[in-house]
Design a protein around this ligand. Structure first.
Ligand SMILES: CC(C)(COP(=O)(O)OP(=O)(O)OC[C@H]1O[C@@H](n2cnc3c(N)ncnc32)[C@H](O)[C@@H]1OP(=O)(O)O)[C@@H](O)C(=O)NCCC(=O)NCCS
Length: 146
């Protein structure tokens, strides 16, 4: 069977590194399972749904650094590397990339655990977002010292 038809049969991306594992020793900022209502007419999960989860995951880390309210000011980059499927168990890992005066830039990596008896890992998304620490009036405030 060709690589292409094999990947269609199993849903496995043929160009994913074999034996890809979740990052060792890291705790995901968010874990979530997409449902049929989150799918588009092709049966894959809406990009907008994935973007929302990434924004939430990055926001939890930025909010911890800012010790308070943050607003997303920019999505600097966003790559949908592989489609997300209904029933995938998504793990979203978020790391601070840069802390500015009022801003916090966060890298988010998303992995899917896929399959039932035979489970495997697919890296589905990579993104970088910038958040701004804001005060109660929604104005930028300095990120507090660690
Ligand atoms: C976020 C917001 C409060 C920032 O206010 P602002 O007056 O534009 O702020 P500034 O121009 O002073 O920029 C604040 C910080 O954001 C950074 N920033 C602004 N635009 C940026 C962009 N396009 N990309 C990356 N960083 C950006 C600035 O460099 C600055 O960082 P620094 O203080 O670390 O140097 C305002 O733009 C806003 O309310 N936007 C809407 C937010 C929103 O509704 N998000 C979706 C829901 S959370």
């Amino acid at each position: 069977m060709s690589k292409r038809s094999d990947s269609r049969r199993t849903g496995r991306a043929s160009h994913q590194p074999p034996g890809l594992a979740l990052p060792k020793g890291k705790v995901p900022a968010l874990r979530v399972v997409p449902m049929p209502a989150d799918a588009n007419h092709n049966g894959d999960i809406f990009g907008g749904w994935i973007m929302a989860q990434v924004d939430v995951a990055g926001g939890t880390v930025a909010g911890r650094v800012a010790r308070g309210r943050v607003a997303t000011v920019a999505v600097n980059s966003f790559v949908f590397k592989q489609p997300v499927q209904v029933g995938d168990v998504l793990s979203l890992y978020a790391d601070v990339a840069r802390i500015g005066n009022t801003s916090i830039t966060v890298d988010v990596q998303v992995y899917a655990e896929r399959g039932r008896a035979d489970r495997w890992i697919v890296k589905v998304t990579e993104a970088t977002l910038t958040y701004v620490a804001i005060d109660r009036d929604g104005r930028p405030r300095p990120v507090p010292a660690p």
